[in-house]
Design a protein around this ligand. Structure first.
Ligand code: FES
Length: 118
């Protein structure tokens, strides 16, 4: 795995994952190199570890020879040549950069009504 230099210092909100597959072409594509499995693992890891970032699959960054490619947005640096074995390391980086989500209101236990006051 290789990382390019970040273009800004903004905190990323979305992890963009290329899952483009080219049929009938000898040009490289991220999906032909395993990006769908990588996307599945990253999405599951973000959910399980409650990392505060959304994930979005997209079709091609124009970085095809360097794939599979990921990019935190806005402004994050590319992860190039990502392998399934790199997923824990990518998740560690995202968790360090984005933090984790606190419990949502729906998940928090509701106190009994008599403890809510009047
Ligand atoms: S196919 Fe993934 S960047 Fe082009």
């Amino acid at each position: 795995m290789h990382r390019s230099k970040a273009s800004t210092e903004q905190r990323p909100r979305t992890l963009l994952i290329c899952v483009n597959r080219r049929f009938g072409s000898d040009k490289p594509s991220c999906a032909a190199r395993g990006s769908v499995e990588i996307a599945d693992a990253l999405e599951a890891g973000v959910r399980t570890r409650r990392i505060d970032i959304e994930t979005e699959r997209l079709r091609c960054f124009g970085q095809c020879p360097h794939g599979p490619n990921l990019r935190p947005a806005p402004g994050g640096s590319f992860f190039h040549r990502v392998a399934i074995e790199d997923v824990p390391s990518v998740l560690d980086t995202l968790e360090k950069t984005c933090g984790t989500r606190s419990e949502t209101a729906a998940e928090k236990p509701v106190p009994p009504l008599h403890l809510l006051g009047s």
